[in-house]
Ligand binder design. Structure first.
Ligand code: FES
Length: 115
């Protein structure tokens, strides 16, 4: 039997708390999550904040952009890039990051945590 995944949505912040084409770090219990508003594409993304390269809590301060139309974030330290959709490392490394679902309702941004 396949267990259905349950998602807990938590209110992360207001839409206006996140800079255009930038990110912020929000906390869910002890977990740091990088939340991005890709305004150029009118899209929201959330990933783990920790860069797996050197375990820096940094991805929310990374630069977002696209690679072959794939939205991505570049770590501010050594510029490793990760897909904002799948979390895959686009710099040729094995390390991947966790991604979360995001939804916006009445000006509040919610992040989905899988139980
Ligand atoms: S710590 Fe992120 S690329 Fe090195």
């Amino acid at each position: 039997m396949i267990a259905e995944k349950t998602i807990t949505w938590f209110a992360a912040c207001s839409v206006t708390d996140v800079p255009a084409n930038g990110g912020v770090c929000v906390k869910y219990n002890d977990t740091q999550i990088a939340l991005f508003h890709f305004t150029r594409r009118d899209e929201w993304y959330a990933t783990q904040n920790e860069c797996p390269h050197r375990m820096q809590m940094a991805l929310s301060r990374g630069m977002i952009g696209t690679q072959n139309d794939e939205p991505k974030v570049a770590c501010p330290f050594h510029k490793k890039t990760f897909s904002l959709v799948t979390g895959e490392c686009l710099s040729g490394d094995e390390c991947a990051i966790k991604t979360y679902e995001v939804k916006v309702e009445e000006g509040i941004v919610y992040i989905g945590i899988e139980d």
